[in-house]
Design a protein around this ligand. Structure first.
Ligand code: DX5
Ligand code: ZN
Length: 232
């Protein structure tokens, strides 16, 4: 699986979202949209109406990360609106299998996110229901936080689980991903990288995406998990 970069508009100018989306359109694969409800996380951002507007203007597919209570009720609506990926948190979902299936049935990729303190191993049996597993590398809620190294061993275990399952599931990291940390994430097994402040805080966001990609590709090429996968 090739490296993919998903810039988070949480660190963009919310009054100019269409322009901010366009800035990374030529260099990124996805546009990461953080939906926060002030209940599951302490912060409040945007919801379906803004996503619907963004869908009319953005050329990149939207990677919607729902940090909300009751995703079982709200997540399918994002998929029906046309999001390319919809990720729900396992800590918030009461019926994750039903909700992940509803997301897929509506035509989107289905993602499952786990917080830094949530173990990955209990969710092995859910892997067939997923297109992407998101390991949070900060406590969700805010951009610009420090990367949590404590998640790296779990990332290695998640890579082993995903590979055992067949390797078609993408493994995303979100939080504190930057030039200083992306190589460790790639080496441990991530292949989809969310970056907010490292992209939109840069003088040239498009160039920042390319720089992060180059670093991740280099680290992936030397990673044990990748080497094993490509050279049986
Ligand atoms: C945090 C969000 C992230 C956030 C990452 O809860 O899920 O997507 O935008 O921002 P950085 O890359 O600045 O840590
Ligand atoms: Zn996010």
């Amino acid at each position: 699986m090739a490296v993919q970069i998903s810039p988070s508009i949480l660190s963009a100018d919310f009054a100019r979202l269409a322009d901010e989306a366009a800035v990374v359109a030529a260099t990124a694969e996805w546009l990461h949209v953080d939906v926060m409800d002030n209940h599951f996380v302490p912060n409040l951002t945007l919801g379906l109406p803004v996503v619907e507007s963004l869908l009319k203007h953005a050329t990149l597919p939207l990677d919607c990360h729902l940090m909300i209570e009751d995703p079982d009720r709200w997540a399918p609506g994002y998929a029906e609106a046309g999001a390319g990926n919809v990720t729900i948190h396992v800590e918030a979902a009461k019926a994750p299998v039903r909700t992940l299936r509803a997301i897929r049935d509506a035509g989107a990729r289905a993602g499952l996110a786990i917080n830094p303190g949530t173990p990955v191993d209990p969710y092995e049996d859910l892997l067939p229901e997923l297109d992407m597993l998101l390991l949070m590398t900060v406590e969700p809620g805010f951009g610009g936080q420090k990367f949590l190294d404590v998640v790296l061993p779990k990332l290695r275990r998640a890579r082993a689980l995903v590979d055992k399952h067949g390797g078609s599931i993408w493994l995303q990291v979100d939080g504190g991903v930057s030039a200083a940390t992306i190589e460790r994430c790639a080496e441990a097994g991530a292949d989809v990288f969310v970056a907010g402040s490292a992209v939109y805080g840069a003088d040239d966001p498009a160039e920042a995406v390319q720089g992060l990609r180059a670093q991740a590709e280099r680290a992936t090429a030397h990673a044990a998990w990748h080497y094993k996968g490509t050279h049986p």
